[in-house]
Ligand binder design. Structure first.
Ligand code: UTP
Length: 291
């Protein structure tokens, strides 16, 4: 079956960005001039995804508004002859993918957020995309996972080597032999292990391709680490009855889910953006002399 659906969980509280995220969704924080969630939707589109369900919650209306048209703004841009900005604005509503929304009533964990997608997914293989990670590679990571699925017809989770002292921030895998280039069998999936107990330095990085049987597991999944229903725990259970592979990502990952990573990503993207790159490069060079 073709993979054509994606789920973007966006109902978290974003506590690491308070006070900015008290009323503003974390997913709307911009990298230079584009909200992080738009990068995710664009990656889905570039990977051949047709239908996207965004799981939202309280204070998340700005996400829906962002992908909707804004007639007053468009009229104004047209009247004032700002055709470039008009095209840019209209492009967001004409992305060529169908967007659907549902709400998670309580931020009870990523597993609980994903479970809300059960009837949307309706028995098809699908991808989960987290807005905390922006990925850059020749082939989008989501497309790489879909290419794996076309060969294996099995679930595949994207992982990446992270510094050992940071493993406790992630879901981590215990690899069990490489079966093809960068594609691993997995013995266990462990959510946020203690550094001295982590089975490897291969961390789950926010792109998952799953078969729909994950919902049969999530239905009965008890809260785990942090009192939250953990997607990693459900994946570990599913791996006991059907194989779940791990694909090591070799491209560039930008972690925008914490302050430091967010600032670094903004600088990196600012140094590439045609409107900011020259001035920013000059500024950073000058600033560097004073540090
Ligand atoms: P995070 O833990 O990174 O996001 O969850 P958060 O909870 O919003 O942020 P912090 O840790 O408090 O700063 C990963 C993804 O899962 C979603 C989040 O929106 C984020 O995209 N999520 C998490 C949900 O949709 N529901 C939840 O109950 C938990």
């Amino acid at each position: 079956m073709k993979v054509r659906k994606a789920v973007i969980p966006a109902a978290g509280l974003g506590t690491r960005f308070l006070p900015a995220t008290k009323a503003l969704p974390k997913e709307m924080l911009p990298i230079v001039d584009k909200p992080t969630i738009q990068f995710i939707v664009e990656e889905a589109k570039a990977s051949g995804i047709e239908d996207i369900l965004i799981v939202t919650g309280k204070n998340k209306q700005a996400i829906e508004n962002h992908f909707d048209s804004n007639p007053e703004l468009e009229q104004d841009l047209e009247k004032t002859g700002k055709s470039g900005l008009l095209k840019l604005t209209q492009g967001i509503t004409d992305l060529g993918v169908n967007l659907y929304y549902t709400r998670q009533p309580h931020p009870a964990g990523l597993g609980d957020a994903v479970y809300r997608a059960r009837s949307f997914v309706a028995g098809e293989p699908f991808v989960i995309m987290l807005g905390d990670d922006l990925m850059k590679d020749k082939v989008p990571l989501t497309k790489q996972l879909i290419n794996d699925y076309d060969k294996t017809h099995a679930s595949t989770i994207a992982v990446m080597k992270v510094p050992h002292k940071e493993v406790s921030k992630y879901g981590v895998i215990a690899p069990d032999g490489e079966i093809a280039d960068d594609l691993y069998n997995v013995k266990n999936f462990v959510e946020k292990p203690d550094v001295d107990k982590a089975p490897s330095d291969l961390a789950i990085i926010g792109r998952y391709l799953l078969t729909p049987e994950i919902f049969d597991v999530l239905e009965y999944q008890k809260p785990g680490r942090g009192g939250e229903v953990q997607l990693t725990d459900a994946i570990d259970t599913m791996n006991k009855t059907q194989r779940v592979f791990a694909q090591v990502f070799k491209g560039q990952r930008f972690d925008v889910g914490n302050k430091e990573g967010y600032l670094e990503t903004s600088i990196q993207y600012g140094l590439k953006h045609p409107e900011t790159r020259d001035a920013l490069r000059k500024y950073i060079k000058e600033l560097g002399k004073t540090l």
